[in-house]
Design a protein around this ligand. Structure first.
Ligand code: ATP
Length: 275
């Protein structure tokens, strides 16, 4: 499968070490590597059904999912739940079934359901006009999750856990649910090192003025409390553009300026609550 209408083959990308923080989740996944192999039965275990990762936007949920195929050496298929609901009567369920069959056809495999709340968010509420279809598609998925014996590991990512139907969170569906929060100070140090280190390695014109010292990383982390991983990356990129615009090496001031001009989503949301 290179690309089908509903499922997209995600080529192996990056290593799980590119994900800063999220240690519990990474450990959980690493321990289950190879659990689909017949040999695993000697330990009295069966392959996990799946994991749900929810939490703050831009903190590494999708990044972790994208690293799954290199972590486990299995094909990774991304399901666009939005496309399941095609608008033609009856075909949404067929779409769902076809997607699950495709993932089974290449098993052992990993099925990544991105933004699962977008597809199933309305499934348990009767308010939405399409909730009948949504409920049936959701039911198809739930039954498959519960009964599946094939080695298709589901990794579902969601921004809003409260938008998900409670049935999805019940025992027997996902083996584990992880909540990803904004990075702590030490996680921000790792994320700064990862992103800044990568740019300095790849962009030969950036180096020369700035050394990636522990002190610099500690200062940047301390100045970016409330930033998500994505916002840290955004600040690194903005600083690189400052250097590029003047065709010179990267300076600490570029990074400081980029940090100051980035208003993290967490601050914007806190302001909205306060007003
Ligand atoms: P969303 O729900 O908004 O998609 P997300 O949690 O899935 O949020 P990602 O797509 O994983 O966020 O993050 C966007 C980008 O930000 C990543 O591709 C990566 O470059 C950077 N990033 C986010 N979190 C981390 C992290 N923990 N470590 C390293 N980079 C990160």
């Amino acid at each position: 499968i290179r690309k089908s209408a509903l499922l997209e083959f995600v080529p192996p990308a990056g290593s799980i070490d590119d994900v800063g923080g999220l240690e519990n989740l990474k450990r959980w996944l690493a321990k289950r590597n190879g659990s689909w192999l017949p040999d695993a039965a000697r330990w009295g275990i069966s392959p996990p059904k799946g994991v749900l990762i929810t939490g703050v936007p831009g903190c590494g949920k999708s990044l972790t999912a994208k690293c799954m195929s290199s972590l486990w050496g299995l094909p990774l298929l991304r399901l666009d739940v939005g496309k399941i609901f095609s608008g033609l009567v009856g075909s949404s369920e067929l779409n769902m079934r076809a997607s699950l069959r495709l993932a089974e056809a290449v098993a052992p495999s990993i099925l990544w359901i991105d933004e699962i709340e977008k597809g199933f968010g309305s499934a348990s509420s009767a308010q939405s006009g399409d909730s009948g279809t949504s409920q049936r598609v959701f039911g198809t998925f739930l039954t498959w999750m519960q009964e599946k014996s094939s080695s298709v590991f589901v990794i579902a990512t969601a921004n809003k856990i409260d938008a998900l139907p409670p049935e999805l969170l019940r025992k027997g569906r996902f083996d584990e649910i992880f909540f990803v929060d904004l990075p702590t100070d030490s996680e921000r140090r790792t994320i700064w090192s990862l992103h800044l280190g990568k740019r300095l390695r790849e962009g030969e014109a950036l180096g020369g003025e700035l050394a990636l010292t522990e002190q610099l990383v500690a200062d940047l982390a301390a100045g970016t409390d409330g930033f998500s991983g994505a916002e840290i990356e955004q600040a690194v990129v903005a600083a690189c553009f400052d250097a590029f615009a003047e065709r010179r090496a990267l300076r600490v001031e570029d990074l400081q300026r980029a940090v100051v001009s980035t208003v993290p989503l967490s601050v914007t949301q806190a302001e909205q609550v306060a007003t």
